[in-house]
Write a protein that binds this ligand. Structure first.
Ligand SMILES: [Zn+2]
Length: 131
């Protein structure tokens, strides 16, 4: 059975290190200020190769969501959700909402990043409803 695991490239390593430290960082373009996700060598907005790693605010909003009722991965027992979250800094990430589910609709709900260990001791960023 497949296991979910971080796919690691040379551009991903600083990001996953920051996540392991409990403070997710992404590259902010030195040319136009856009945040890059996934990490990479070039800004997709202005093509600048210069960037600086910056802490994320930890805030975002739910753009879309789904609940899976079938088992696809051994470490995800159904039912479980997946949410697309637009970070306050702009990038869209896909993760899981933990804790209480939203009442009265998921889309547009404010969430905050939280960090959870996986079965192998790595840290996975997830989100929970913001207070
Ligand atoms: Zn740029």
């Amino acid at each position: 059975m497949a296991r979910s695991r971080a796919v690691m490239s040379i551009y991903d390593q600083p990001m996953w290190k920051s996540i392991d430290a409990g403070k997710w960082q992404l590259q902010q373009c030195d040319g136009c200020g856009a945040y890059r996700y996934p990490p990479g060598p070039v800004c997709d907005k202005c093509l600048s190769m210069d960037s600086t790693w910056r802490d994320l605010s930890g805030r975002g909003k739910v753009l879309s969501w789904v609940v899976f009722h079938r088992k696809y991965l051994s470490d995800y027992e159904p039912p479980y959700n997946a949410v697309a979250v637009q970070l306050a800094e702009g990038p869209i990430v896909v993760t899981n909402l933990i804790g209480p589910e939203p009442e009265g609709g998921w889309i547009g709900r404010d969430v905050e990043i939280c960090y959870e260990p996986d079965a192998e001791g790595h840290t996975i960023p997830r989100v929970k409803l913001a207070n």
